[in-house]
Design a protein around this ligand. Structure first.
Ligand code: PLP
Length: 401
C-alpha cells in the first residue's frame, strides 16, 4: 500500500503533467484521465501506481504487449551503434526487415514510412502513378478508416472526421462494405484502385465476406485495377494469421502496415507486389525517417517474438476461448447484441447509444478497452494474452455491463 505522503506526491505529479498539457499541448485528442508511466506485456501502470489489464494496447500498437523482451533487446543493441541513417545510404537492418516481411507475405518490395496514414498515402500515390494520366480514382468503403492526412482522410468513408477540412483531394468514391454490386456499379474508366480493410477497425469490427473479397480480386485482375489492402490494424498476427488477407485465399497488390509492426516504435510500411514494384522510381516518393535502423530493429524484434513465442498459435487458441466466454456473457447480458471476432480483433455490439460509459466503468475496474461508433466495444488484447487474463477481463466486463 502506498503511504499517504507518496499518494499526495503522485497526485501532484499527475496534476503537473496535466497542467503542462493544458498550457502547451494542442488539444486534438479526447483524453482519458490517466497518465501511464509503465508497461509490461499485458499490463500498464498509471502515475499513481494503479495497475490495468490492457486489452487495447496503444490502439493495437503494442500488439505483442508492452515492452516486449525481443523488441527491447534489439533496440538496446542498435542504440549503441547508430540511431538514424538517411535513405540515401544503406542501413544494415532495412533490407533484413524487408526480407522478413516479404518471406511472410508475397513476392515484392517494401517502402517504409512512419505511420499508417503515410503508408496509405504511398499506396494512393503509387496507384495514381500507375494509372497516370487518365485513371486516378480510388474506390474505398463506407465506414472505412485510412488515416488523417488529407488524401487518406478523403479515402476514409466517415463524414464525421472530414468535416471542416474541405476541399479534400478529389478522386475517391465510397461504396457500402460487403456489397459487390455497389462496387461493380462504381467502377468507371477513371478507376485505378480498390482500397479496403478486411476487418474495419474504427468502423466497428466489420468483417469482410470471403466471396466478396474473392470477387473483388477477380474484378481487379480483369480490369487491371490495384487491390490495396489496408492491414494497418489487422496486420502482424492480430487476426490469427500474420496478415488478414491470408484468411481470404487471395493476395493484395499493395498491403499497408503500421501500428503493431514496430512493437511500439513508429513505423509504417507499404508492401508492393513485384509486378508493380517499378512504378515508383528514385525521386518520386520518400520519407526522411522511413525504415531507420532503430525502428527496423524493433520491427525485427516483433517478428522474432511472434515466431519464437508461437504467438499466432496462441491467438487462435485464445480467440476460441475468448469467444466462448463472451457467448456465455451474452446469454447473461441481453445488452450485448452481437459479437464480431476474428482472431483477437473483437467487437461487442451494445444495445445503447453511448457505450462509452461501459468503457469508463471497465477502466475504473482496471480494464482498458475502447469504444468506437458509440455502440461497439472494441477489444484487442496483446497476442500473448492467456486464459486467466481473458477470464479476468470478462469478469470486469460483466460487472461493468
Ligand atoms: N488505417 C487503418 C485501418 C487504421 O486503423 C489507422 C489508424 O487507426 C490508420 C490507417 C492510420 O494510421 P496512423 O494513425 O498510424 O496514421
Amino acid at each position: 500500500m502506498k503511504s499517504q505522503k507518496s499518494k499526495v506526491k503522485s497526485q501532484n505529479h499527475k496534476l503537473k503533467v496535466k497542467n503542462l498539457y493544458d498550457k502547451y499541448v494542442l488539444n486534438t485528442y479526447t483524453k482519458t484521465d490517466l497518465c501511464l508511466v509503465k508497461g509490461k506485456d499485458e499490463y500498464v501502470w498509471d502515475i499513481e501506481g494503479r495497475k490495468y489489464l490492457d486489452f487495447f494496447p496503444g490502439w493495437a500498437v503494442s500488439g505483442i504487449g508492452h515492452c516486449n523482451k525481443y523488441v527491447i533487446k534489439n533496440i538496446r543493441k542498435q542504440l549503441n551503434k547508430i540511431i538514424h541513417v538517411s535513405n540515401n545510404y544503406y542501413n544494415e537492418l532495412q533490407g533484413e526487415l524487408s526480407e522478413v516481411i516479404i518471406k511472410n507475405s508475397f513476392e515484392g518490395k517494401v517502402f517504409y514510412a512512419n505511420s499508417g496514414s503515410e503508408a496509405n498515402e504511398g499506396a494512393i500515390k503509387l496507384a495514381r502513378k500507375f494509372g497516370s494520366p487518365d485513371r486516378f480514382e480510388v474506390i474505398t468503403m463506407e465506414k472505412s478508416f485510412h488515416g488523417r492526412t488529407l488524401a487518406t482522410l478523403a479515402a476514409t468513408g466517415q463524414d464525421k472526421v472530414k468535416k471542416g477540412f474541405e476541399p479534400l483531394p478529389s478522386g475517391f468514391l465510397h461504396v457500402p462494405f460487403n456489397d459487390i454490386n455497389a462496387l461493380k456499379n462504381a467502377i468507371n474508366p477513371k478507376t485505378i484502385a480498390v482500397m479496403i480493410e478486411l476487418v474495419q477497425g474504427e468502423g466497428g469490427i466489420n468483417i469482410a465476406d470471403k466471396e466478396y473479397i474473392a470477387e473483388i480480386r477477380k474484378i481487379c485482375d480483369e480490369k487491371n485495377l490495384l487491390l490495396i489492402i489496408d492491414e494497418v490494424q489487422t496486420g502482424i498476427g492480430r487476426t490469427g494469421k500474420m496478415f488478414a488477407y491470408e484468411h481470404y485465399g487471395i493476395e493484395p497488390d499493395i498491403m499497408t502496415l503500421a501500428k503493431s509492426l514496430g512493437g511500439g516504435m513508429p513505423i509504417g510500411a507499404m508492401v508492393v507486389k513485384e509486378k508493380f514494384s517499378g512504378v515508383l522510381t528514385p525521386g518520386s516518393h520518400a520519407s526522411t525517417f522511413g525504415g531507420g535502423p532503430l525502428v527496423s530493429a524493433a520491427a525485427l524484434g516483433v517478428f522474432e517474438a511472434i515466431k519464437k513465442d508461437r504467438l499466432l498459435n496462441n491467438v487462435n487458441k485464445m480467440s476460441k476461448y475468448f469467444e466462448n466466454q463472451l457467448n456465455k456473457l451474452k446469454k447473461k447480458k441481453q445488452i450485448i447484441k452481437k459479437i464480431n471476432i476474428l482472431g483477437l480483433m473483437i467487437g461487442l455490439e451494445i444495445d445503447m447509444d453511448d457505450a462509452d460509459v461501459i468503457y469508463k466503468k471497465c477502466l475504473s475496474k482496471g480494464l482498458l478497452i475502447n469504444c468506437t461508433q458509440n455502440n461497439i466495444l472494441r477489444i484487442m488484447p496483446p497476442l500473448s494474452v492467456d486464459k486467466k487474463e481473458i477470464s479476468d477481463a470478462v469478469e470486469i466486463l460483466e460487472a461493468s455491463l
